[in-house]
Design a protein around this ligand. Structure first.
Ligand code: 6GU
Length: 224
C-alpha cells in the first residue's frame, strides 16, 4: 500500500510515522509513505498557501493552486483509489471504514488548516471526507496520523501476531476483555483464578462474558 500525505506541517508528521508499527510496515515494504509539503508547490513568490475569504469573514482559506498542482502531479504518476480530506465535517471514522481503506492500493490524504480549503478542491478532487470525532483540532495532521495508524495495522504482516488485529475491540462490535500478565500475585492483587486454571474452554467462556459485560457497561450503543 502507498499513502501520500499532503500538509503544510510536514515536521509534525515525521515523528509518528518513524516509530513502532509505522516504521516496521515501511521497513517490511508493506507500506510506502510519502509526506509532501504543500508550500513547495506554491507558485506565489512568498510561497503563500492561504488567502482571505471571498465575501468576508475571519480566518484564512487554503488556496487551490498549490494543492491541485500537487494532486495532479501525483495522479500523473499512478492512479489513486481515494483522495481523502481530513475535516471535522466529514464522515466520522469507525472501524469498518479503516477495514475498507486497508484493502486499497494508493491513497492521498490531504490535511486541512485555517478556516478550511477552497471548496473547489473538495468538489473536483476529493473523493472522501473523514473526521475522527466531534471536537475541533487545529489541523488535519493529528487526525491523519490516527487514520493512517488504524489502516496500517490491518495490513497483513504489519502486526507480528496476525490474529491480534482481528480480535481487537470493535472488530466484532465488542470491547476486549481484561488481560493480565506475570506475576499472578502482585502485593496481594491477584489474577483471576480461571486464567491460571489451564481449562481453555472455561477461559474462552470467561473472556466472552467479560467482553459482553464491559460492552454493556461502557458502550451499550455497540450492542444495538
Ligand atoms: Cl479530520 N480535522 C480537524 N481539524 N479537526 C477534527 C478532525 C479533523 N476530526 C475531528 N476534529
Amino acid at each position: 500500500m502507498r499513502i501520500d500525505i499532503l500538509t503544510i506541517l510536514p515536521d509534525l508528521l515525521q515523528g509518528p510515522f518513524s516509530e513502532s508499527i509505522m516504521k516496521r510496515a515501511q521497513e517490511r515494504e508493506l507500506l510506502t509513505l510519502e509526506i509532501h509539503n504543500i508550500r513547495d508547490y506554491s507558485q506565489n513568490k512568498h510561497k503563500k498557501v492561504d488567502d482571505t475569504q471571498y465575501g468576508g469573514g475571519a480566518g484564512m482559506v487554503m488556496t487551490v493552486q498549490p494543492i491541485v498542482d500537487l494532486i495532479e502531479k501525483l495522479q500523473s504518476e499512478r492512479s489513486y483509489d481515494e483522495i481523502i480530506f481530513m475535516t471535522p465535517d466529514g464522515e466520522v471514522l469507525e472501524q469498518e471504514l479503516s477495514n475498507d481503506l486497508s484493502l486499497k492500493e494508493n491513497l492521498i490524504i490531504l490535511c486541512g488548516h485555517y478556516k478550511g480549503i477552497d471548496e473547489r478542491i473538495r468538489e473536483h478532487f476529493i473523493t472522501k471526507e473523514i473526521s475522527i470525532g466531534s471536537y475541533v483540532l487545529t489541523g488535519g495532521e493529528l487526525a491523519a496520523c490516527v487514520l493512517v495508524d488504524s489502516i496500517v495495522r490491518l495490513i497483513p504482516g504489519v502486526i507480528n501476531d496476525e490474529t491480534s488485529a482481528l480480535t481487537d475491540s470493535f472488530q466484532d462490535n465488542l470491547l476486549s476483555p481484561p488481560v493480565y500478565t506475570k506475576p499472578a500475585d502482585y502485593k496481594g492483587m491477584k489474577v483471576p483464578d480461571v486464567l491460571l486454571s489451564g481449562n481453555f474452554a472455561k477461559i474462552d467462556k470467561w473472556r466472552e462474558e467479560k467482553a459482553m459485560e464491559r460492552t454493556r457497561e461502557r458502550r451499550p450503543d455497540l450492542l444495538e
